[in-house]
Design a protein around this ligand. Structure first.
Ligand code: FMN
Length: 149
């Protein structure tokens, strides 16, 4: 059974958490094992990262960029890679919440593109989170698992 790790930051309203939960539902429905980590609470370890076959990564737009804890996650992957670990190339899906500007999507996709093979399109949600974007996340979770099987 493939294993998916969902990594997200959510702080202001819980918008990104709502998207993460919808995506996790799709991953479970598609029959994968899942682990969910909120980077608000802690950093992901390299062992957790290496144990995952696929990654779902979510961030709000903070100042036309990604949340600081997600930036730290990218910094960690970069350093793991430089230390010789095989961390590049996992299939990944991206989800993103913003308040109307949404310019953080570009740096988010740019950084993800350095380390991951993106599956599907980024789900972009202008808050408040609606049923349509939740459904897009659920479908994206399924698409990721399909790619892993
Ligand atoms: C510190 C901070 C900076 C933000 N900067 C932007 C921004 O530049 N552009 C934008 O569209 N939304 C911005 N927002 C709004 C959030 O992206 C939006 O409310 C998002 O849905 C919050 O997600 P969350 O509830 O998961 O934390 C900002 C919010 C915060 C707290």
């Amino acid at each position: 059974m493939p294993k998916v790790i969902v990594i997200y930051h959510s702080q202001q309203f819980g918008d990104t958490k709502t998207l993460a939960k919808a995506l996790a539902e799709g991953v479970r429905e598609a029959g994968a094992e899942i682990e969910i980590i909120s980077t608000n609470h802690r950093r992901i370890t390299i062992d957790e990262f290496l144990a995952a076959d696929g990654v779902a990564l979510g961030t709000p737009d903070y100042f036309s960029y990604i949340a600081g804890t997600i930036k730290t996650f990218f910094d960690d992957i970069y350093l793991w890679d430089k230390s010789g670990e095989s961390v590049k190339g996992k299939p990944a899906v991206l989800f993103f919440s913003h308040g109307g500007g949404g310019r953080g999507r570009e740096p988010f996709e740019y950084l993800a593109g350095k380390f991951f093979e993106q599956v599907g399109e980024t789900v972009e949600s202008k808050r408040p989170t609606g049923d349509e974007t939740k459904e897009q996340c659920r479908m994206l979770g399924k698409e990721l698992v399909k790619r892993l099987k």
